[in-house]
Design a protein. Structure first.
Length: 371
């Protein structure tokens, strides 16, 4: 069965997800602002949920149409084949958003969409009432410039929730963003990875998972595993497929430091839960005393900044110290994410490359130093 999918994502991640989907052998991959569309079968549904490092969730695109009135919205939703996905006992809550559109009341759009789905299923199942006691099929609508997309979520919890980070320190970086920074830094299975502000260890863990080619969702569950229309053997097949690509990395090591002892302890617990504690060395240390133990290294970090944990002047003093200890050295690269447009001035040198990405709702720049 051919299925159309949508992946919503952090702005700036579209090209990474597109490339990843092509490597996973998805079809019809095309990127738009804040989302990537593709096609595949039931196996691809499971594969992307289990294997994608950068996606926020995987949604089935039930259909799209234009609507400028509630009647058009009702008829457009009702015309879609909801019975292909939703059984007579399944739960189907509705949520969504509308931007730059004639229909702007989210609550009213939600109510109209729910009523339309109910009317469609009434006619198909010959039922007047739905108890909705079965598995949840979360319906999501998005209305942008009067174009309605109706979707069903297959992931449940966001895909950034890998299952290893039950504990985190203040202002942790999102797992999907940490993985993106590792990818953009061209982290390889033979590299030495450093993070002098490791916090709860997310960058180090994502780097180690990437080095070993461990699928990020291999140990968690997804809402579509309870969908009657998705064969159970699909999930078993795709987990086995993902495990077949795992590899040993005798040359990879990760080193994490933080000034806070409790953060180091949290990072240690998280690394153990992720199954990569044997690759990660953790210790309490101040960035001012950063002295790497290898001749070459890939340093990736998310230092504290004003909108999260420190005032601007303290941040700039910290950036200045970083510029001193992150020396230009052959075989070394430094990747730093910050929302501070003056980062380069405080750091003391211009980045060799910059890239805009969002850390949650905060617009940031990733600064790359590799020359």
């Amino acid at each position: 069965m051919k299925i159309d999918f949508v992946i919503p994502c952090l702005l700036g991640m579209e090209s990474l997800i597109s490339n990843e989907l092509k490597q996973l052998e998805a079809s019809d991959v095309r990127a738009e602002n804040g989302r990537v569309l593709f096609s595949g079968d039931e196996n691809m549904l499971a594969r992307v949920n289990i294997c994608s490092r950068f996606s926020e969730r995987v949604q089935i695109l039930v259909g799209s149409f234009e609507a400028r009135s509630f009647e058009e919205l009702f008829q457009g939703v009702k015309a879609l084949e909801w019975e292909k996905w939703i059984g007579p006992d399944d739960a189907f809550p509705v949520k969504g958003y509308s931007i730059n559109s004639t229909l702007f009341s989210t609550r009213d759009c939600q109510a109209v969409s729910k009523k339309a789905v109910v009317e469609r299923l009434k006619s198909k199942y010959r039922k007047e009432w739905f108890d909705e006691t079965g598995p949840i099929h979360q319906i999501q609508f998005s209305i942008n410039k009067d174009v309605v997309s109706m979707l069903i979520d297959t992931s449940g919890n966001g895909l950034h929730k890998r299952g290893y980070r039950l504990e985190a320190n203040e202002a942790p970086i999102k797992e999907t963003l940490a993985a993106a920074m590792c990818e953009l830094s061209r982290l390889r299975p033979y590299h030495k990875l450093y993070d002098p502000f490791c916090g709860s260890g997310t960058i180090l863990i994502e780097g180690a998972l990437m080095a070993k080619n461990i699928a990020p969702g291999i140990n968690r569950n997804f809402s579509a595993e309870r969908f009657d229309v998705i064969p159970q053997n699909v999930w078993k097949e795709e987990r086995e497929r993902a495990r077949s690509f795992e590899r040993d990395v005798p040359d990879f090591e990760a080193f994490g430091y933080d000034i806070d002892p409790s953060s180091i302890e949290i990072a240690r617990i998280n690394a153990s839960r992720a199954g990569v504690s044997d690759l990660i060395n953790l210790s309490v240390a101040d960035v001012r005393n950063f002295r790497p133990s290898s001749e070459k290294g890939t340093l990736i970090c998310n230092p504290p900044y004003g909108e999260r944990m420190m005032d601007i002047s303290a941040c700039e003093a910290l950036y200045s110290e970083m510029g001193k200890v992150f020396e230009r050295r052959h075989g070394w690269s430094y990747t730093v994410i910050s929302p501070d447009e003056e980062f380069e001035n405080a750091f003391g040198r211009k980045a060799d490359k910059r890239r805009k990405l969002y850390n949650g709702m905060i617009k940031c720049q990733i600064y790359f130093y590799f020359k």
